[in-house]
Design a protein around this ligand. Structure first.
Ligand SMILES: *Cc1c(COP(=O)(O)O)cnc(C)c1O
Length: 397
């Protein structure tokens, strides 16, 4: 079968919820992927930062394979020998007391919303069913019914109502707007340190620190969605580390498992997650031994290979090279670490398609932004190779 055959199968059998580039990937190794016709591509999306460790990392394969041969799923009706060590390592790395292990990012955000509301009713003393959570325009936190309820993107919500109440939208990057939006019923402010799906939007310097200060003054939980920005993507362990901010609660996912398996978590201290009782939350696959063993190996790769420092160093280099392109189409080059957005003044899709032709995978986001976010194991000469194609393509008429 060739690419066209697989594309026809997708068209015939997959509900049309995506508009992918027409490349059919069959194999991946490090920063490179190969399509069914044998053509090689440099992956500059890294599965929306789920593959920070590079495709098919051998250490993660070994850990996953070893666990697969022992036991894969016990359910939380019983205990397993991987979940405890996994959560201990994750809590020690992040500096939180406790975690709820889940699968997809959206599930972690849902659990964060439930945790914040529970804290609001049991600790802050908000009256029943009155809790409010403040979020920002341009947010992305997943696709469940509750999460789309607070999206500012009309398409995400259209025809999916009735929506979940209890959310308030404010502009991103404006701490004064946050302070003005807080009421006695506000339990949390949920924010991405850099908006990923929103177009790699970097807030003004000092914003996260100011917002965390506002939250602390008003007894509101500062909740950071680090699902895309976490585990070295921005050149620090977490996006909030750029401003020395320690959120009350964070959500993690994506690179937590190096792209092998859906593993996510919400992390916070006992004052929040200590409020949960048996039966309050759950997931059949959450905390399963296969995912836990895989995530333990994935976290270890980030640390052992110095991928956070690598992201900071090579990200600065890559961004610097992109910023020097003198193209009439480029409005702005922004980002932190290997999380880079190039905002154009015309639709980005045709550039993504031209890059695909040249052997570079990247996807437009928000119509006019090209995101460059390769696996963090990328080397300088690979960035140089990519630039030799990106530069002329961004110059094309
Ligand atoms: C991808 C993403 C999510 C949702 O994760 P899924 O695994 O797709 O459910 C949530 N928040 C942010 C910031 C993300 O980038």
């Amino acid at each position: 079968m060739h690419s066209q055959d697989y594309i026809q199968l997708d068209a015939a059998y997959s509900a049309c919820t995506y508009n992918p580039l027409d490349v059919v990937i069959e194999r991946g190794e490090g920063v490179w992927v190969y399509d069914v016709d044998g053509k090689k591509y440099l992956d500059c999306l890294a599965a929306y930062s789920a593959v920070n460790q590079g495709h098919c990392h051998p250490a993660i394969i070994d850990a996953m394979y070893a666990q697969m041969q022992r036991v894969t799923l016990t359910s939380r009706a019983f205990r397993n020998a991987q979940m405890g060590p996994f959560l201990k390592e994750l809590c020690e790395l992040t500096g939180y007391d406790k975690a709820i292990p889940l699968n997809s990012g959206a599930e972690a955000v849902e659990a964060a919303i439930k945790s914040a509301r529970k804290w609001g009713y049991l600790v802050k003393g908000v009256a029943d069913n009155q809790a409010e959570i403040i979020v920002c325009n341009g947010n992305f936190a997943g696709r469940t019914t509750t999460i789309i309820s607070f999206s500012s993107e009309p398409q995400y919500k259209a025809d999916f109502g009735p929506l979940t109440p209890g959310f308030k939208l404010i502009p991103y990057g404006d701490a004064a707007a946050l302070e003005a939006a807080i009421t006695p019923n506000t339990v949390a402010f949920l924010v991405e340190p850099i908006q990923g799906e929103g177009g790699v939007v970097v807030p003004p310097d000092g914003y996260l620190r100011a917002a965390a200060g506002v939250c602390a003054r008003h007894n509101v939980l500062f909740v950071a969605d680090e699902i895309q920005t976490g585990f070295g993507r921005t050149g620090k362990l977490f996006g909030c580390d750029h401003e020395g901010v320690r959120p009350d609660m964070i959500t993690v996912g994506k690179a937590l498992s190096g792209g092998f398996y859906p593993v996510s978590a919400v992390l916070a201290d006992n004052k929040i997650l200590g409020l949960f009782k048996p039966g309050d939350h759950g997931s059949t696959f959450g905390g399963n031994p296969l995912g836990a063993a895989t995530a333990r190996a994935a976290i270890k790769v980030i640390q052992d290979e110095g991928l956070i420092a690598r992201s900071a160093e090579l990200g600065a280099y890559f961004k610097g090279r992109l910023a020097r392109i003198e193209s009439p189409h480029i409005k702005e080059v922004r980002g932190k670490g290997l999380f880079i957005g190039v905002e154009l003044n015309i639709p980005a899709r045709r550039f993504a398609e031209a890059l695909l032709e040249a052997g570079i995978l990247c996807k437009e986001t928000h119509k006019t932004v090209l995101r460059f976010a390769p696996p963090l194991v990328i080397k300088k000469d690979e960035i140089d190779w990519a630039m030799s194609h990106i530069e002329p393509i961004l110059m094309m008429r």
